[in-house]
Write a new protein. Structure first.
Length: 254
């Protein structure tokens, strides 16, 4: 027979006849402490910060939205300057008489534009890498592999530029951890491959005819320059939105 004191047993103080249940006396019967619930494993691993989420913690997202502490942010100011400054140098060359100075400025402009293209590729690679945790079908390396093929890269941009915009907006709408994030302007991402294709078409045409657009009074030259300028502006807008999306997930929590 168990001699354990239970809550419904009647007890009384020595020298009195007043009885009461043992459970009504605070501290008389020790309460059993519940074992603490196990902490779910961390979803963001130091080894693989882009691993797919395994628990619902990362799906719901921390306060303020989910984030990737190991994701490098995008430097939008540098991205803007590496495009605008070379274009300014090219226009400045038209007013310089000295051939040596003009060649030097053109070389600097070429280096700046090359840096701008490299940054654009890096940010697109980074954008697809961070989307791995949302089940993206492309990795960063696969996304940029066909960007170096002239003409075909325009068609490929429908997959890696417009496709990324659709995937990001879909997760912004449906993913609880991305609710504070901003959606991108997907129509501009759809227009970008078209403008890139037209721009490369004009470039091929001028290369074959050896007639480069330098006369603003010539309508054909003006059309080419307008298309190229619009394509560069559209690229800048799309990639700035990509950079803002990267920076949302790369921000550091306080």
């Amino acid at each position: 027979m168990s001699r354990q004191l239970l809550g419904h047993h009647l007890v009384w103080k020595s020298g009195t006849n007043e009885k009461q249940e043992a459970g009504s006396i605070l501290g008389l019967i020790p309460t059993q402490k519940k074992a603490p619930e196990p902490i779910p494993p961390s979803e963001i691993s130091d080894k693989n910060p882009y691993a797919a989420p395994k628990t619902r913690t990362i799906w719901e997202g921390p306060p303020g939205g989910m984030y990737l502490p190991h994701l490098h942010p995008a430097n939008l100011l540098l991205f803007f300057l590496t495009l605008v400054v070379p274009i300014g140098l090219i226009f400045l060359c038209q007013k310089i008489v000295s051939a040596n100075t003009r060649d030097f400025l053109i070389s600097l402009a070429g280096i700046g534009l090359a840096a701008w293209v490299i940054l654009a590729i890096i940010y697109l690679h980074r954008a697809w890498e961070m989307m791995q945790m949302f089940g993206a079908h492309l990795t960063g390396s696969k996304a940029i592999r066909f960007l170096f093929l002239p003409i075909f890269n325009s068609l490929w941009c429908f997959v890696v530029v417009f496709g990324w915009a659709k995937l990001w907006n879909q997760n912004v709408r449906n993913h609880p951890g991305l609710q504070p994030a901003s959606a991108v302007w997907s129509p501009l991402f759809f227009l970008f491959p078209i403008m890139l294709f037209i721009s490369q078409g004009f470039l091929v045409m001028h290369f074959l005819t050896q007639e480069w657009p330098v006369d603003l009074r010539n309508q054909k030259h003006l059309l080419s320059l307008t298309v190229w300028g619009a394509t560069l502006g559209l690229t800048l807008i799309c990639w700035c939105q990509i950079g803002l999306s990267i920076n949302f997930l790369a921000r550091k929590k306080m």
